[in-house]
Ligand binder design. Structure first.
Ligand code: NAP
Length: 409
């Protein structure tokens, strides 16, 4: 393998997909223990590497030369073997984070920025923010003079950047700070990309702040490294297309819509078509409760049913790459919306009211379908990123897939 990502424990990584898509590279994952690091770098058995936790600084003594950016930041994420066999180190995380900052709608010059965490990525983030002319740059570190105990010193921050791992899958319930404490904050950037929207970003959205996750940074650092490895330029549009594609491929697809509109049947057909696992929340709920939905309604009321539904949604919305059919009433609880937004593309299925199935659906039987529609239609519309008319299940699934790619092309 001539190219790859070097780290200690890599697990799942997007990097092989990014490099294959951008320049057709045979790019692998290279796990080395700290004792193996030096001998591997000296072995000469590779042409180019990306470097991740915990080796971005540890590789430096093995490199003959550093780029200006890598030297200034003190961290290397890209290594290139030169013609004479010597190693050159560079930092394309800088370009990645710069791309994220450039997509903000306001100028950072003179503004105050907080960087949460003081590890390797924080060095890169600070270098970019300094070059963008921020007025005051503060690092919040558990070990530093500015820490989580004295955050009230910084309520005037306009930008908050999370470089801690808090909120990353599977610990998605964590967030480094409560954004309610920062009334002047206009934007939050989170370097985490799984889930697509961390708890911190969801709160930022709720408070009307700009909120951006780490996937664009990951793709841009990959594009810049791919240019160095391949020796040719790769247009920024290719990176943007890949970003949309990665989002479409990795996020869940959650189907919402009126009871009886066909979410389960269409969801099953869509999962089969996309080769993804399928979760029917109502079916799962019945299986876990050991009783039917009408029995749950009779014994626990609608509130009991909804609490079970939210707990299940919370569980499955942490995952990636699922097709999820939700219950028709999922939109009646505002707390379900961030759970869906966390890591799912939300698609609304629409069907003529007279075609909706009502069997086994307590609310559809006790209240008129029309009344339910009046109550919920505006919510389905507001929560969905796209709408598909339900016809034959396989055909509907085909159109949902087209919509997912259309948005990603
Ligand atoms: P790192 O060197 O381990 O640093 C993370 C820092 O976060 C630590 O130094 C620590 O700072 C803080 N931290 C760790 N655990 C914490 C906890 N339980 N509570 C509060 N703070 C905690 O890792 P890194 O290389 O900087 O990466 C940080 C994050 O950025 C990771 O999630 C990584 O996946 C992500 N990342 C994303 C991209 C991208 O392209 N999107 C690129 C690089 C990194 P203190 O001890 O100072 O508090």
């Amino acid at each position: 393998m001539e190219y790859g990502l070097l780290g200690e424990r890599l697990g799942h990584s997007f990097s092989p997909r990014i490099h294959k898509a951008l320049w057709g590279a045979d790019y692998g994952l290279i796990e080395k223990s700290p004792e193996e690091l030096g001998p591997f770098l000296q072995s000469g058995g590779f042409r180019g590497l990306n470097v991740t936790i915990p080796y971005k600084q540890a590789v430096i003594p093995y490199l003959a030369e550093l780029s200006e950016a890598a030297r200034a930041i003190g961290s290397v994420n890209t290594i290139l073997r030169r013609e004479d066999g010597s190693l050159w180190g560079h930092n394309t995380d800088y370009d990645g984070f710069l791309a994220l900052v450039k997509s903000l709608s306001f100028d950072l010059r003179g503004k105050k920025a907080l960087v949460l965490g003081d590890g390797g990525a924080a060095k890169t983030v600070r270098a970019v923010l300094r070059n963008k002319g921020v007025g005051e740059l503060v690092t919040i570190s558990r070990r530093g003079p500015d820490n989580y105990e004295n955050l009230s010193r910084h309520v005037d921050a306009a930008l908050i950047v999370n470089t801690t791992p808090l909120g990353m899958y599977p610990n998605v319930d964590a967030a480094a700070v409560d954004l309610e404490r920062f009334p002047a904050c206009k934007a939050v950037l989170d370097l985490i990309y799984n889930p697509a929207r961390t708890k911190l970003l969801l709160q930022a959205e709720e408070l009307g702040m700009e909120a951006l996750g780490g996937l664009p940074m990951l793709v841009e650092q990959g594009r810049k490294a791919a240019e160095l490895f391949s020796g040719h330029s790769i247009p920024a549009e290719e990176g943007e297309r890949l970003l949309r594609r990665l989002r479409a491929e990795t996020m869940n697809v959650a189907l919402i819509g009126m009871p009886g509109c066909g979410k389960s049947t269409v969801g099953r057909a869509l999962a089969e078509r996309l080769g993804r696992p399928f979760v029917d929340l109502d079916e799962e709920l019945v299986k876990r409760a050991g009783k039917s939905i009408p029995t749950i309604f009779a014994e626990e009321g609608e509130a009991g049913f909804r609490a079970r539904e939210t707990a299940l949604l919370d569980e499955f919305s942490r995952e990636s790459g699922l097709v999820i059919a939700t219950g028709g009433g999922v939109v009646t609880r505002p707390e379900n919306r961030p759970l869906l937004r966390r890591n799912s593309r939300v698609i609304r299925l629409e069907r003529l009211l007279e075609q909706l199935a009502t069997d086994g659906r307590p609310l559809s039987q006790t209240r008129s379908v029309l009344a339910l529609a009046c109550e919920r239609e505006h919510l389905y519309r507001a929560w969905a990123e796209g709408t598909v008319q339900v016809t034959e299940p396989k055909e509907t699934a085909r159109r949902i897939e087209a919509l997912l790619w259309e948005e990603s092309e």
